[in-house]
Structure formats: C-alpha cells, structure tokens
Design a protein around this ligand. Structure first.
Ligand code: FMN
Length: 209
C-alpha cells in the first residue's frame, strides 16, 4: 500500500477541475499571487535552470484586451488574475547565479558547482532553439501543475488555457526574443462548478513489463 506524506494531496488533486465561471467581484492581492508563484517554484526543472517566467495580469483593461487574443474566453475577464506562464529559451544564462546559490545554501561544493556550470554551458547554448523551447515548455508544465494545486489548496480555482494567439500575445506584451508564452492560467473564486471530465482507463495509457 502506498502512502502519501501529505495526506490531503490526493483530495486536492481530485478536486482540481478546470473552472470557467468566476465571481468577478473576487479579487486577489499581489502578495497572495506572489506567494502561490513562489511556493510553486519548488517544482523540478532540467539542470535546475528554472526556465519559467510569469506575467501576472490583474488590470481590468489589460484583461479585456487579453480576452480578445484568447478566443474571447470569458474567464480571462471574470477571474481575479491571469497568470501567463512563459518560457525562457536562454535559461542557461542563470546557471552561474543558480549554482552559486546552491553552494551558498550548502547544497553542494565548489567542485560540483563548477562541473554543473561547465556541463550546462557546453549543452544548452549550442542546442537548437526548438530543443531549448521543449525543455522550457516541459518545465513550465511542471510548475503550472503546482500552481493549480496550490490554488486549490487555498480554496481557489483555475483553468489552464492554451487557446490564445501566441504571436499576438508576444507582441502585445513585448516579450523579449528569448521568451515565449506557453499557457494562461486563470485563477479566482468559482461562481459555478467545473463541468467535470473523464479519464482514460489505465489499460489505455500504461504498459507494465
Ligand atoms: C495545455 C492545456 C491547454 C488548455 N486550454 C484550454 C483552453 O484554451 N480553454 C479551456 O477552457 N480549457 C483549456 N484547457 C483545460 C482542459 O480542457 C481541461 O484540463 C481538460 O478538459 C480536463 O478537465 P479538468 O481540468 O477539469 O480535469 C487546457 C488544458 C491544458 C492542460
């Protein structure tokens, strides 16, 4: 029998469902949103390069504009905030900073730090943009899931959206060349429950050998 160290994790996972109807009067403070994002950064990432970036949109006028480039999805406007999850294809530029911090916090010694920096700088900068984009997208998916579960744990709801014009988004928010949008996560107080969703049976998705 498997046990979990956080006994309510499974309940939170079960209860998280994509909510598309929000109470438009419910607002969140920047500090509340910052806390969720900060906690979510415990997610793992390739070489710990943490290639996720966020644009947190609460401004009503900007949300209206964003709705237009996100297939007119209502939750963009009615949720308390939209967290745009971005990827940084030049994540390797933080390698020195990250591994110096690892040493300062006592997670590793100088030798291991230098090896990680050397290896990362040998691999990442010369990898094709598409490869770096895939890595950043995968890692951003991991932190996105953490964000959604943390929100649920606070009694809030979310919906992830891939349905938006990524080119227009990058233009409107003047993303630098190395950054690209991945998903938008609306967060807020549900005004109506999610309509629910089914899952494929285990036999369709897993093979045990
Ligand atoms: C990458 C991704 C993109 C999605 N895009 C949208 C979207 O644009 N609009 C929407 O209403 N839901 C979107 N969803 C939500 C899915 O429809 C939803 O997760 C799925 O139906 C399972 O339902 P559940 O989240 O309630 O368990 C997206 C989900 C993911 C993971």
């Amino acid at each position: 029998m498997l046990t979990t160290t956080v006994s309510n994790l499974y309940t939170i996972m079960e209860e998280r469902k994509s909510v598309r109807k929000y109470d438009p009067t419910f607002k969140m403070t920047q500090a509340e949103l910052a806390e969720i994002i900060t906690k979510a950064t415990s997610a793992p990432s390739s070489s710990n390069l943490q290639p996720w970036r966020f644009l947190v949109i609460q401004d009503e006028a900007i949300k209206k504009e964003l709705r237009e480039i996100a297939n007119n999805q209502e939750q963009i406007e009615t949720s308390a905030a939209v967290i745009a999850v971005l990827g940084d294809a030049e994540m390797y530029k933080n390698v020195e900073k990250i591994y110096t911090q690892n040493v300062a916090e006592g997670h590793m010694g100088e030798e291991q730090k230098n090896m990680m920096i050397t290896n990362s700088l040998r691999m990442y900068p010369s990898a094709p943009f598409e490869i770096r984009k895939n890595i950043a997208t995968f890692d951003a998916g991991l932190i996105s899931m953490q964000l959604m579960l943390l929100a649920k744990e606070k009694g809030l709801d979310t919906v992830t959206m891939g349905g938006f014009d990524k080119v227009k988004f990058a233009e409107r928010f003047e993303l630098p060349e190395n950054q690209f949008p991945i998903v938008l996560i609306a967060i807020g107080k549900a005004a109506a429950p999610a309509y629910g969703s089914s899952r494929l049976p285990l036999g369709d998705i897993a093979r045990f050998i």
